[in-house]
Design a protein around this ligand. Structure first.
Ligand code: ATP
Ligand code: MG
Length: 210
């Protein structure tokens, strides 16, 4: 399966999710390839740090040349991190993927931009549309804050996107683990962030867990 992790908004958590899923899939024994189609190359950088630190499993990031159809099929799971500063690569990836996973921070601006992203995906010519999956990332950890649930409710009712319940809260361990080249569940295996991440991973890859 070819999965894009994408959104139009910067900082929504695309590279973070791609990296964590890459480590998780690799640990699950899946033949996974990661493609960094963002000129910012954040995914490549974190994978370099992981390599320098000598953490197992070792990951590899391919650049946008790996968006070639035959290379895309070279693994069981392909994860593509796309930015919006390279629209050509984004469109190429969108024309060849099976699904698009969209991290949505809980704000009205992010809901609007997700709506625009759905329109952009629809504008790419292909035989049948990809599955578009949205989840809340960077949700508030305080239950008293309404924005997160309101954003989730808005996402539920957004046409063209399938909302999935598992959400990632705003937790500093995501930033800390990333800068060390580790997945959250490696740095704090018993933490809340790890639990949330694993819930999301299981929903995205149900065949690997049951
Ligand atoms: N759930 C989270 N909790 C806390 N921090 C997070 C979370 N998700 C992402 N971050 C942090 O937010 C910042 C942006 O994340 P990331 O680089 O993954 O986003 P991006 O969508 O790839 O951004 P860009 O559009 O610039 O490529 C990073 O510092 C990352 O550590
Ligand atoms: Mg990124």
């Amino acid at each position: 399966m070819i999965t894009i992790v994408g959104s139009l908004k910067g900082g929504s958590g695309k590279s973070t999710l791609t990296f964590n899923l890459g480590v998780w899939l690799s640990m699950a024994g899946v033949k996974v390839q990661l493609i960094d189609a963002d000129p910012q190359a954040t995914l490549t950088d974190v994978i370099d740090v992981r390599k320098e630190e000598g953490f197992d499993p070792v990951l590899k990031a391919y650049d946008k040349r790996a968006l070639a159809p035959e290379q895309l099929k070279a693994a069981d799971e392909t994860l593509i991190d796309v930015g919006t500063s390279d629209m050509e690569s984004l469109r190429t990836a969108l024309s060849r993927c099976d699904r698009v996973v969209v991290p949505v921070p809980p704000s009205q601006a992010d809901i609007w931009s997700t709506q625009r992203f759905i329109q952009l995906i629809a504008s790419v010519e292909r035989e049948s549309p990809p599955d578009i999956i949205g989840f809340i990332n960077r949700g508030d950890t305080h239950h008293g804050v309404r924005e997160t649930n309101e954003a989730a409710a808005a996402l539920v009712s957004l046409p063209g996107i399938r909302f999935i319940k598992p959400r990632l809260s705003q937790r500093t361990v995501f930033r800390r683990s990333f800068s060390e080249g580790l997945a959250v569940f490696e740095l704090e295996s018993r933490g809340k962030a790890a639990r949330e991440f694993l819930g999301l991973a299981a929903t995205l890859y149900p065949h690997l867990v049951s």
